[in-house]
Design a protein around this ligand. Structure first.
Ligand code: DGY
Length: 310
């Protein structure tokens, strides 16, 4: 905000902690030349047409842009900025935290301590599987997936990964490409780092859960849409998989009465993968850089449209 306030532009800032409802955003964007948005804002063709012909740039403070109709922006000649790279390490840290929290049952155990259920040192109390020495399957070995893989070197895991095509990053992190079925069938931990696209929508659904090991743990720090959440609930209830650690859900926020939240073997976080202070400040800086570049008709620093707008 300090940088935007110092820039020679007129600002219309949404002042509330929750996102502007879509009809209000559509109204407020009318006549704007730039839009700095969050992943909670739907940016579609109708909104672009409400904005009018002066809209020159959409700058999102996130790496994922599944809330934005990028094809519609491209068709209108509007570059879309995003913030890749600066949140990879923070998101990878959180992924490891979820792996350990679910495997070693940290949240459940801590809740038991607070509720007075810790009566003795129980030889079989709160036991769970090892991350050390496990087989970990990474779905999506991009920047974040590779940062997770680097951290896992210290846990002596066997690393499998699945991308549509084998990745040059794999050799650096000692990961082996396998098809998705093999990854699901062999992994003790399956961790999702693919973007949300039509191809990854419900990639992990009932058939995938049937393939997973009974003791397996699913971690999702990507997008809720990659997992069929009803199928996940069924798989957790039936013991098809052992636990899940979710930083992303459908919907967000997940209502407190959602049945997933009644399970002790699920850890749900409020989409905080990138919530280290330094990552969030760098995301904000890049979002401002992209916005100002677009307003000045310069190429964006990080642009998601196809080449012709970069
Ligand atoms: C992103 O940038 O897409 C993340 O999900 C936000 O933490």
């Amino acid at each position: 905000m300090q940088r935007l306030e110092a820039a020679p532009i007129a600002l219309d800032v949404w002042p509330h902690p929750t996102p502007p409802p879509y009809p209000i955003l559509t109204e407020r964007v009318r006549g704007c030349q730039g839009l700095l948005c969050l992943l909670t804002d739907r940016i579609d063709a109708a909104l672009l047409s409400a904005a009018g012909p002066d809209l020159a740039v959409v700058s999102q403070m996130a790496v994922g842009v599944d809330n934005i109709d990028v094809a519609a922006c491209t068709a209108s000649g509007i570059p879309v900025g995003h913030t890749p790279g600066v949140l990879s390490e923070a998101t990878a840290d959180l992924t490891l935290a979820l792996m350990l929290a679910t495997a070693r049952r940290l949240i459940e155990a801590a809740a038991d301590v607070k509720a007075g259920r810790w009566r003795t040192w129980d030889p079989m109390g709160w036991v769970g599987p090892d991350l050390y020495g496990a087989t970990v399957g990474i779905v999506g070995l991009g920047r974040i997936g590779a940062a997770v893989a680097r951290r896992l070197q210290g846990f002596d895991v066997e690393l499998l990964y699945h991308n549509p095509r084998p990745s040059a990053r794999a050799a650096r992190v000692n990961a082996t490409w396998v098809d998705l079925e093999t990854l699901l069938g062999r992994s003790d931990f399956v961790t999702l780092h693919c973007p949300s696209t039509a191809a990854t929508h419900h990639l992990i659904a009932a058939a995938a859960f049937r393939r997973m090991k009974p003791g397996a743990i699913l971690i999702n720090t990507a997008r809720g849409s990659v997992v069929d959440q009803d199928a996940l609930l069924g798989a957790l209830r039936s013991g098809q998989i052992a636990a899940a650690g979710l930083d992303v859900t459908t919907p967000e926020p997940l209502p407190p009465e959602h049945p997933l939240l009644a399970l002790t073997n699920v850890v749900v976080l409020p989409h905080i993968g990138s919530a280290s202070l330094s990552a969030r400040l760098r995301m904000a800086d890049i979002a401002v850089d992209n916005l100002l570049a677009g307003l000045q008709g310069r190429p964006l620093f990080h642009c998601v449209n196809p080449d012709e707008l970069q």
